[in-house]
Design a protein around this ligand. Structure first.
Ligand code: 4AD
Ligand code: MG
Length: 431
């Protein structure tokens, strides 16, 4: 009997099929078992009548525990009242692996309890839906850049120095007497790659030893980072809004089922089209003060500031020209206002805050040397990076988009910890 995935069951109405999955739920009424079975692609109710399968098979299903793995054969019936629109009338059932006392039941569990059992929790309908959206987001990102002529060029994970500030580095012993650091961002290598290939992107895990326990921070997260030679801040913003719009449109188009499971109000995502509003840092500061935030002009935006700002708009907002002092060493200063950086943070609406950070890079050799010193970075580790300014420097720029933050926003989640199979956080390294 050919094996059918539940997501394809609709093309087998009236036929006999076999599904291989796990028992999600069971109720019985004397002569009929109702078994809700999941196989990773969907859920289906299996109706097993004693008269159809016989005494022996019927008894097999009498005491099955949640998450027992099983193989069921039966006829597919269309039923508008059934959750997925179909039911299976069983003719046989085989138990593959029994499960007793599955620790995650339909009752409410605390989040720490669930996080300790993350390897099982991902079987839950909501969690599986989020991971499918994540998959779609990642593929939408790849397809977007590939179709746009960007070359995927991988950047290293072991690196000799900081990219995003020395306070959030994870050191790793690297043979006898060297310390490597897990990458915070592929950007510096991306810049070199852009000089070689024009338009590039890297896409991989990045690491920040961030001691912040917020709903937006992981210590290991995935970031996609495009970089373009011969590009200015305006080009970077145009690319960012096109990318975000393309990703949202793709998820709306292909993951409607998952968004429904997540009870996402998708009307909030319908507005996500270019152009996104642009907000100069000074205007952002004005709004925050008007809203009564205790905001110090000249400082960075905190999480709550971002939330307040992003709530003002129905689509992502691009905040530009932050004070150079609060941004990374590699940012190009605005020639019109040299204490400002030619940078952009894209804040997602509904209070989600920053999902993208980027801008135009410092392309001037002398100034870059000065910045490396001002930031107390080890100059010898940046010799290769300075070469990019020694040999044919050009205006260039790019950005990084955090996948987990983007997924949390698109799914409408409280916390980024549910957007990655195994989140790594300040107090979470298990399982
Ligand atoms: O703003 P960030 O730090 O920018 C960079 O790393 C640049 N070098 C990127 C570039 O220009 N190529 O990080 C970029 C994005 C943030 O907007 C956020 O979405 C995500 O990465 N991010 C995090 N996501 C989860 N947990 C954390 N601790 C994150 N830190 C940054
Ligand atoms: Mg940032």
């Amino acid at each position: 009997m050919p094996h059918t995935y539940i997501e394809r069951i609709g093309s087998h109405v009236g036929e006999q099929v076999t599904i291989k999955g796990w028992l999600h739920n069971r109720r019985s009424s004397g002569k009929i078992h109702f078994l809700v079975v999941r196989d990773g692609t969907g859920f289906i109710q299996v109706v097993m009548g004693k008269s159809d399968v016989g005494e022996e098979v019927f008894r097999r299903a009498d005491h099955l525990g949640q998450e027992t793995s099983l193989i069921v054969t039966g006829i597919v019936r269309a039923d508008a009242r059934a959750p997925g629109g179909y039911e299976l009338t069983a003719s046989n059932l085989d138990v593959v692996g029994v499960a007793h006392d599955y620790p995650i039941t339909p009752k409410e569990h605390g989040v720490d309890y669930l996080m300790d059992r993350r390897h099982l929790w991902i079987r839950a309908e909501r969690q599986a839906a989020i991971l499918r959206v994540r998959h779609e987001v990642i593929n939408a990102v790849r397809d977007f850049f590939n179709a746009d002529g960007f070359i995927l060029a991988d950047t290293p994970i072991f690196t000799p120095a900081a990219c995003e500030g020395t306070t959030t580095l994870f050191p790793v012993p690297y043979f006898e007497d060297t310390t490597a650091y897990l990458t915070q961002s592929g950007q510096l290598y991306n810049e070199a790659n852009a000089m070689a290939l024009g338009k590039v992107y890297c896409f991989g895990p990045t690491f920040r030893a961030e001691k912040s326990k917020t709903r937006r921070h992981l210590t290991e997260f995935w970031m996609v980072e495009p970089e373009m030679a011969y590009a200015d801040l305006g080009d970077v913003i145009l690319l960012a809004e096109r990318l975000v719009s393309a990703v949202v449109a793709r998820v709306l188009d292909r993951r409607a089922t998952e968004l429904k499971v997540l009870e996402r109000d998708t009307s909030k995502l319908d507005h996500v089209h270019p152009p996104f509003p642009r907000l100069h840092y000074d205007e952002a500061a004005k709004i925050l003060i008007e809203k009564g935030r205790p905001f110090e002009v000249g400082g960075d935006l905190g999480g709550t500031d971002e939330t307040v700002l992003s709530e003002q708009f129905d689509r992502p907002v691009c905040v530009t020209h932050y004070p150079a002092a609060v941004k990374a060493f590699y940012m190009k200063p605005d020639p019109e206002q040299t204490d400002r950086a030619l940078c952009v943070d894209v804040l997602a609406p509904e209070g989600y805050g920053e999902i993208i950070g980027g801008g135009q890079r410092l392309d001037d050799y002398e100034l870059l040397v000065r910045r490396i010193n001002e930031h107390n970075l080890p100059p010898e580790a940046f010799e290769w990076y300075l070469d990019l300014r020694r040999y044919g420097t050009v205006p260039h720029g790019g950005f990084g988009m955090g996948i987990e933050r983007a997924v949390a926003w698109i799914c409408g989640l409280e916390h980024v910890r549910e957007t990655i199979p195994y989140p790594r956080m300040l107090y979470r390294l298990y399982p």
